[in-house]
Design a protein around this ligand. Sequence first.
Ligand SMILES: Nc1ncnc2c1ncn2[C@@H]1O[C@H](COP(=O)(O)OP(=O)(O)O)[C@@H](O)[C@H]1O
Ligand SMILES: O=C(OP(=O)(O)O)[C@H](O)COP(=O)(O)O
Length: 402
Amino acid sequence: MFETIDDLDDQQRLLMRIDVNAPVDDGEVQDNRRFVRHAETISELLANDHAIALMAHQGRPGRDTFVTLEQHADILADHVGESVEYVPSTYGEEALDAIDDLESGDVILLENVRMTDEELADLTPEEHGETEFVQTLAPEFDAYVNDGYSVAHRAHTSIVGFPQVMDSYAGRVMADEYEYNTSVERREFDGKVTMVLGGTKAEDVIAAMEHLDEKVDQFLLGGIVGHLFQRANGYEIGRDTPEGPGGLYDDNWEANEETIREVIDEYGDRISLPVDVAREDENGERVTDRMESLQGGPDEYMDIGEATIDAYRPHVEESEAVLVKGALGVFEIEEFSYGTRGVLQAVADTDCFSVVGGGDTSRSVEMYDIGTEHFNHLSIAGGAYLKALTGEPLAAIEALEK
Ligand SMILES: Nc1ncnc2c1ncn2[C@@H]1O[C@H](COP(=O)(O)OP(=O)(O)O)[C@@H](O)[C@H]1O
Ligand SMILES: O=C(OP(=O)(O)O)[C@H](O)COP(=O)(O)O
């Protein structure tokens, strides 16, 4: 097990990794629940008179979302209610000067760690610990804190390098997420465990399903994941869209179909699939088509239909635990939110242990006032949450435990 910030002495100089990786719309960084959750950890640490230098990433090199962290500092400052100084350097002279000036109660945010040569280099954790990035910053601090659960599955320098050479602690977000998200893997439930899987990151979800068969009694599928399964069953549904991940239905179809077939052969009797799906008609209204009546063609289906929601609800009602990853439809558009809302409402109305994961998906609970208090945990992680559910070790946790 790892140590947490409860084990820290007061008034330390802390180097802390958070994950405020966010959607970027026309160059503007969008606020999200990650900022709120990390702000809570930062406030807690400030109450104990620590001085904090934050490390974080945004986007991936080459993508439009790969930007500096200037806006992130402002958004964080709003949530913390204290100044968060943006430093346009990760471990160069400007960074070292700002770190030198750090006093108890101060918070600075260093530049996007993915702008360094080391962060994404293909190195072992020990080699990450020997990089100039780590060797320059580590001596400046008393301890390292990792609160970035949603990036915990990446073995990058800021995640696995510093714990090699520094006293290391899990932040509040990291510790809470770890506790809830490993509950399925630990199989803490006697009753039925149901997993609701959807969203757009379909290949990750399907890969996870391969490892989940013994831990889950019932799968309820929707979103793009549901389309892919129904396509493998011979229905003419699904096409790649410019906004989507690409390749699911053409270049990667053969591989996807093979995996889906294996999953269906292995435990298809525990998998419920959409019996109807909803699209927009020529008047912009929601219409629902039965699966047998699909004709192929260019229709884009954006939600599961009402009959599917009715079929899924009883499974939720008889479950002891329900884990959700990915939305069942494009819930951001009210007309196509019925599936996601219907199933989440059923979870909220039932006295089961419940976790909703996926940065986007968990947002739907707040967006439609379903009541966060009805859920045991809303995860701010996507990929890391999915990995934890399957029992795969997370690089950050392994590094903290070392
Ligand atoms: N049928 C669909 N077509 C297109 N997008 C969909 C569909 N169903 C769900 N989605 C999208 O899935 C997203 C959420 O799932 P996902 O992309 O896996 O993200 P996360 O893991 O962050 O929750 C939502 O933004 C929603 O619009
Ligand atoms: O947003 C993240 O992951 P997620 O979309 O799986 O939740 C993390 O910040 C990890 O980012 P990455 O997938 O570019 O390594």
